[in-house]
Design a protein around this ligand. Sequence first.
Ligand SMILES: *Cc1c(COP(=O)(O)O)cnc(C)c1O
Length: 386
Amino acid sequence: MACVDFREMRIPAETIQFVDLEAQLSQIGSEVMKEIQDSVYSADYILGEKVEKFEKEFAGFVGAKFCTGVASGTDALFLSLKSLGVGEGATVILPVNTFIATALAVSQTGAVPIFVDVDERTFNISTEQLDDLIREDTKAIIPVHLYGQAAQMERILDISEKYDLKVVEDACQAHGAIYHPWGKKAGSMGDCGCFSFYPSKNLGCLGDGGAVTTSDERLFMKLKMLRNYGQEKKHHHLIKGFNSRLDTLQAAILKVKLRHIDEWNSKRAENAFFYNSLLKHVEEVVTPQFQPDLEFCHVFHLYVIRTKRRDDLLEFLNKKGIKCGIHYPVPLHLQDAFKELGYEKGDFPVAEKLSGEILSLPMYPELGRREIKCVVDSIKEFCKKD
Ligand SMILES: *Cc1c(COP(=O)(O)O)cnc(C)c1O
């Protein structure tokens, strides 16, 4: 219990946070405050130079030609689908174990989500039965780079080419993740890459924010119109658009944080390897799998283990002040919001099984080795008592 008493005073000594945003601010707080002050006094609050600068830098970081800042990750997905002409009468394929926003964005366009089971080893979309699910009305597929690990893009792009489908990457958990076979970053391989800057993401702002990356200039122009009332220039509206812009203030903050993302991602990966090494001989626990040479491709937005006695372990850790999460406890096909799709329990056996076994352990760049040891010691203590 007292194994984390070395922590600074701002966090009660007996807890290990799941994500610690204050720890990040103690590193870059003054840089961020300077940007905020500058933005406030510039009196330029919507779009403008700061947004453009961030967009250019973020496109460069991802390895795409263009980037459009939008209001959230959900809107990034929604506007991407819109820009690709996905709407009523279409179906869109996506994995059943993801954050619900991936599917909500599809519904929001009027299209119907088609769920696919996931790969037990990587948690990502299974590409085995994809061919069988593609119908006449299927317009797009959304691979989600879940937990920070790139989905099997080669196979997905092959299938999309074969059936003439659009590919919208949900990279909301994968800023900087690399698809190893090609050395390309998440968000640079499909027609569009979608990012969220929700505060706890690997790159997060101080509120909501998102972005779409693409290397297709026509899509880029369309996305810029769609996020800004459909206007090409002031008061000239070529299409029916939306109000979904990345706040100028948030763009300014993100530009500061972008300078640190590689370092933060490496620290996340190092923390993950440390967890893996300490948990190696704990029989009851399955650790996330990645090959040694692929170590730094996964950006570990989440560090997710599997165990049969998940609920009991979660309770045990919570009682010790170790904050954990489950991502996600209910697969999308069993959510009431998607009842109308007619899926039933048993339709996606892998995702259903995983949803009862997965546990996300504390993970953020500033997490210390002693804290990780403390988490693992507690897990070992739990495993000993049957
Ligand atoms: C966070 C997230 C989203 C949604 O992003 P918001 O910015 O919260 O709208 C979408 N998909 C995945 C996989 C996410 O993790």
